[in-house]
Design a protein around this ligand. Sequence first.
Ligand code: ZN
Length: 344
Amino acid sequence: MKAVQVHAHGGIDELRYEETDDPELKAPTDVIVKLRAAAINRLDIGIRSGEIGTEVFFPRIIGSDGAGTVVAMGSAVTNVKLGDNVCLYPLNDCGRCDFCATDREHRCAERRVFGERENGTYAEYVRVPGRNCFSIPSGMSFEEAAAFPLVYVTSWRMLITQAEFRPGEWLLIIGGGGIGTAALHVAASLGTSIILASSNDEKLAKAKLLGAEHGINYRNADLAKEVRRRTGKRGVDVVIDCVGGDGWVKCLAALARGGRLVTCGAIGGAHPATDLRRIFWNNLKVFGAAPGTRAEFRQLQNFFEVSGTKPIIDRVYALQDAAKAQRRMEKGKAFGKLVLRIGD
Ligand SMILES: [Zn+2]
């Protein structure tokens, strides 16, 4: 099959589109999916560069998100049948520990995304556990079905599970990348007042079209002051922070009393100075969020079914142009998901 493989940690030149062996069923619980689309995540860039990843093997096919058709399956798989079109829950785990047995697989010690310790989805075929295959929400194309899993299941966990976000609350989203736009999409359909903060005016203009009431360019403005001004000095109830760095300090200052902040990224810096007094004086709650569980993935599927909405896609590239797609992400230009089309 054709795949995009990484032969050594490094820059974008390490991505090679080439011929490699087809994956084979290994366990009776495995499924082989003929992929029709994959999506780019920032995590892929971290895995390629060597910034993320514990067990290294080369060459390695990266990519966590995918959608396609089941073409082979082990004898123990019961939730799908040959020919089913599926989207993939993008993480693997042990499936046996107490956490996995009780729908809390986000706490499993063996948890990892596809492409991290086994081959991923920048390929014509992938082997995955059958229990990672889910039906594609009605009316979604393969490209749309590959675009939502990782960023939407993460933003869902941030917004719904951790922050317990409620309609009518004020929401501040930092960053217009994959998770930020997914959070914007979900929150906008709940009926709420959203402020999106980004360093890019073009992204701010697009965010308004998708339901953000306010856009703030945090390069040119004091974010906390601007948020106070636009919320009648009150501050926001929830912050979704995908960036970290010094912006984190401004996020805490932008929260209303009793507000909640959920963090999932540190591309702006991992060691911001924090005034702890602000957290206890104002009764703030700070949460972390890794990608959600299969149970949350099912809630997300229902959300797409009931709302009839589709994930936000920035651009679609052919599989062999994965490097071009990653370059667009590295430049911070994408608003929404970058998707790879696979096959004809
Ligand atoms: Zn486990």
